[in-house]
Design a protein around this ligand. Structure first.
Ligand code: PLP
Length: 390
């Protein structure tokens, strides 16, 4: 995912203020760079604000997903249902545990996994279900949670796009057994690289805390402070997934700005809808599903879909030639060589994902994008779509 700084309007620009810079400088001055007091404060802020019992800071959402599945006991001969319309991390963590990802198709409108699609992939080996809140719109959780409850299968939410995102007060990541937040460079709240596992299950949080740092029973920072001692014990072959305080300090400031930044992205989303109408493109461009009453959309992505048969790649090239960066979310996992070769998946196994991928373009959406930028992007789209080559 290139940030494309050479473009007039790059696909993404992080929103950083003096407060973030000062917070990082304070950590540098303090002399304690890795996991410590700032990380604990970040965990506490996330847990309090999301009204969730446990928040475990890690160095990526990928790590949070890995730790969640590990804590649920996913291992060899197990299967985890994963939407095919997602990022590599969701399925690769399943494979790291020796288990098999069972890919599932998505809902045509929301591009989120649906209860029906999940049901079609459940087998006696299903050990967990993973849900992705695509683009920052909460997946239809009621039927998914009901299905999971009926069969006693735990649910893990990938909330990488979803800060903040909720429906009727149910927040992304907090409604199931465990959730994973991402603080990757392009995500709604960023620490450069970072993530958080959130859960109301103490057993999952305890296990994740142990496994996030080498499976040792005491955090390094406690050992080196005056209240701690030099002694520790290794209980498991754990991972190196802890979050450094440099990242946590940045994250704390971003966290407090999360809703303000979301409102700015929402402003951009409405500006797109207005401009697409004004340029007469409503017949040619399918807008993302709009949030209804009681819904908070994170607007991490602004995914539009072109009419079937329009050359999506030519539209992307045309926008790029006008200095506008875009992206595509996602190349479905089943189309990648790894999954196609290892599990024999074919494009038509998941017809919705395959068809929607072919006509999707993600337009820039971030707080510093102005109405004039949006106008320029939609004008460039109108120009591309009027080209006789398409
Ligand atoms: C970005 C992303 C991830 C991975 O997040 P990292 O923090 O980079 O590990 C996982 N799932 C989805 C849907 C993502 O977009």
């Amino acid at each position: 995912m290139s940030l494309q700084p050479e473009l007039r309007i790059p696909f993404h620009r992080p929103s950083l203020t003096e407060a973030e810079k000062n917070a990082v400088l304070q950590v540098l001055d303090s002399g304690w760079l890795t996991t410590g007091e700032r990380t604990l404060a970040f965990e506490r802020a996330v847990a309090t604000d999301m009204r969730i019992q446990q928040a475990v800071a890690v160095n990526s959402a990928t790590a949070a997903l890995h730790l969640a599945l590990e804590a649920l006991g996913v291992g060899e001969a197990d299967e985890v249902v994963v939407p095919t319309y997602t990022f590599a991390a969701c399925a690769s963590v399943v494979m790291h545990l020796g288990a098999r990802p069972r890919l599932a198709d998505v809902d045509q409108k929301t591009l989120c996994i649906s209860a029906e699609a999940i049901e079609a992939q459940i087998t006696p080996s299903t050990k967990a279900i993973m849900v992705v809140h695509f683009g920052g719109l909460l997946a239809d959780m009621e039927p998914i949670l009901a299905l999971a409850r009926d069969r006693s299968i735990p649910v893990v939410e990938d909330a990488a796009h979803a800060l903040p995102c909720s429906r009727e007060g149910r927040q992304a990541g907090a409604a199931s057994d465990a959730g994973a937040l991402s603080f990757y460079a392009t995500k709604p709240v960023t620490t450069g690289e970072g993530g958080m596992l959130i859960t109301n299950r103490t057993d999952i949080a305890d296990r994740a805390r142990l496994m996030r740092l080498h499976g040792i029973t005491r955090d390094a920072w406690r050992r080196y402070t005056t209240s701690g001692s030099w002694y520790y014990e290794i209980e498991e072959a754990g991972f190196k997934y802890n979050m450094p305080d440099i990242a946590a300090a940045l994250g704390l400031v971003q966290w407090r700005r999360a809703e303000a930044m979301r409102k700015e992205r929402e402003r951009v989303a409405y500006a797109y809808r207005e401009a697409i109408g004004r340029y007469g493109l409503s017949d040619q461009i399918e807008l993302p599903v709009w949030p209804g009453n009681g819904e908070v959309h994170a607007w991490h992505l602004f995914p539009i879909r072109l009419r079937a048969g329009v050359e999506r790649n030519a539209v992307i090239d045309s926008l790029r030639s006008e200095g506008i960066g875009t992206s595509v979310h996602f190349i479905p996992l089943h189309l990648h060589p790894l999954y196609a070769k290892r599990y024999g998946y074919r494009p038509d196994d998941f017809p919705i994902a395959t068809a929607e991928y072919a006509r999707e373009i993600s337009l820039p959406i971030y707080p510093s994008l102005s109405e004039a930028d949006v106008d320029a992007i939609v004008a460039a789209l109108a120009h591309a779509l009027s080209s006789p080559k398409l």
